[in-house]
Design a protein around this ligand. Structure first.
Ligand code: OFO
Length: 168
């Protein structure tokens, strides 16, 4: 059975994962509004990643005999200056999520919950990929200066992204 302390900490993280989904959905909406459908597709796929993260926590709390409690999701940012700003925000956000996962791991260590530590290792590894994928596109955007022919090519490339559930 999961401790109350860890259950509450994971419930908070479920809320953060759902917020990530909401933030990226808001970015997809903005990108569609300025005609960058490939960029929007990137975030629509990212939304599915975030839902996967949230549901993995959801199932884990239940599996360990805990209770999932859902809280209100914060309103995400609506307006953005450019795709470069979007990826800066997304990259910073992923670094923030990494910090939250590390804090969650600290709780599991303090609770001496080895099963939870093993479970959380998946998220530790996943965050390496999450940060890298945002950073990669941010760097590409900076290289092409966020405009011109390069933008169209990148938009086309991002249109091809599809969701594959992360390896378990
Ligand atoms: Fe993007 O990793 Fe979850 O929140």
């Amino acid at each position: 059975m999961i401790s109350k302390k860890l259950q509450d900490a994971i419930n908070k993280q479920i809320n953060k994962e759902l917020y990530s989904e909401y933030l990226y959905l808001s970015m997809a909406a903005y990108l569609e509004s300025i005609g960058l459908e490939g960029f929007a597709n990137f975030f629509k796929v990212q939304i599915q990643e975030e839902r996967f993260h949230a549901m993995k926590f959801f199932d884990y709390v239940n599996e360990r005999g805990g209770r999932v409690i859902l809280e209100a999701i914060d309103r995400p940012q609506i307006e953005f200056k450019s795709p470069v700003e979007i990826f800066e925000i997304a990259y910073n956000h992923e670094q923030y999520v990494t910090k939250l996962i590390n804090e969650l791991m600290e709780v599991a260590i303090k609770e001496n919950d080895h099963a939870a530590k093993s479970f959380l290792n998946w998220y530790i590894d996943e965050q390496v990929e999450e940060e890298a994928s945002m950073d990669k596109i941010l760097n590409q955007l900076k290289m092409i200066g966020g405009k011109g022919q390069g933008m169209l090519m990148l938009d086309k490339e991002l249109a091809a992204r599809t969701f594959t559930p992360p390896a378990q």
